[in-house]
Ligand binder design. Structure first.
Ligand SMILES: [Zn+2]
Length: 206
């Protein structure tokens, strides 16, 4: 915690003075992010860093392995679905991104089994991605299977997004676009899911 407070003091000293007006404007007029991202809890995969966005620009929900559960308006506690409802229905985001990544521990748990000490929730949560696990079994080798499964998990999440009636309806009307992406921690490369089902690298520019 002390390291976090040290960071906060640095922010107040260096970041706050130059961003004060920006925060005041956000406080007065409210947030109007146009995009929302479903990302993993992994501490190395920070959407604000990857997409280089300022506060107020990107609504983010993070969970183990960037999973979207199927639409299920029942009495259970649906944190990710609640965030989606807020982003899509209340804020009206126009772009929704599912961001997968390399070396994902959640996907590793799906393929190899959750660690015994994370047995209460992780295994059950990852069962959402069972179709991705089955498809990844076609890949040979541990590394290729992990990578394949990380990409398939993004596709499962995108398919599940369409089970939400207010998402599929907006997609059909063309006012909401869904995107899949995968981030390589080691190289910083971002791959985007194309219409043909393959992930391709975004050009880095000059
Ligand atoms: Zn992950």
């Amino acid at each position: 915690m002390e390291a976090l407070l040290e960071g906060y003091r640095r922010f107040r000293k260096a970041g706050w003075p130059e961003r004060r007006l920006e925060f005041e404007r956000l406080a007065e007029s409210g947030q109007r992010p146009k995009a929302m991202v479903v990302a993993c809890v992994d501490s190395r995969v920070d959407p604000a860093v990857i997409f280089d966005v300022a506060p107020g620009q990107l609504l983010t929900v993070r969970n183990v392995a960037n999973l979207v559960p199927p639409y299920a308006p029942d009495a259970a506690y649906h944190g990710t679905s609640a965030a989606l409802e807020f982003g899509v229905q209340v804020l009206g985001v126009t772009d929704l991104v599912v961001l997968g990544h390399g070396q994902c521990g959640g996907v590793h748990a799906l393929l190899q089994g959750a660690p015994i000490i994370a047995g209460d929730f992780v295994g059950q949560w990852m069962s959402i991605a069972e179709p991705a696990r089955v498809r990844a079994m076609r890949c040979e080798g541990v590394e290729a299977r992990q990578r394949c499964c990380e990409e398939e998990v993004v596709k499962v999440s995108l398919a599940n997004l369409l089970t939400f009636p207010w998402i599929s309806e907006r997609v059909a009307r063309g006012v909401l676009r869904l995107h899949g992406a995968w981030f390589a921690i080691r190289t910083g490369e971002l791959l985007v899911l194309q219409g043909d089902g393959f992930f391709r690298a975004v050009a880095n520019g000059p």
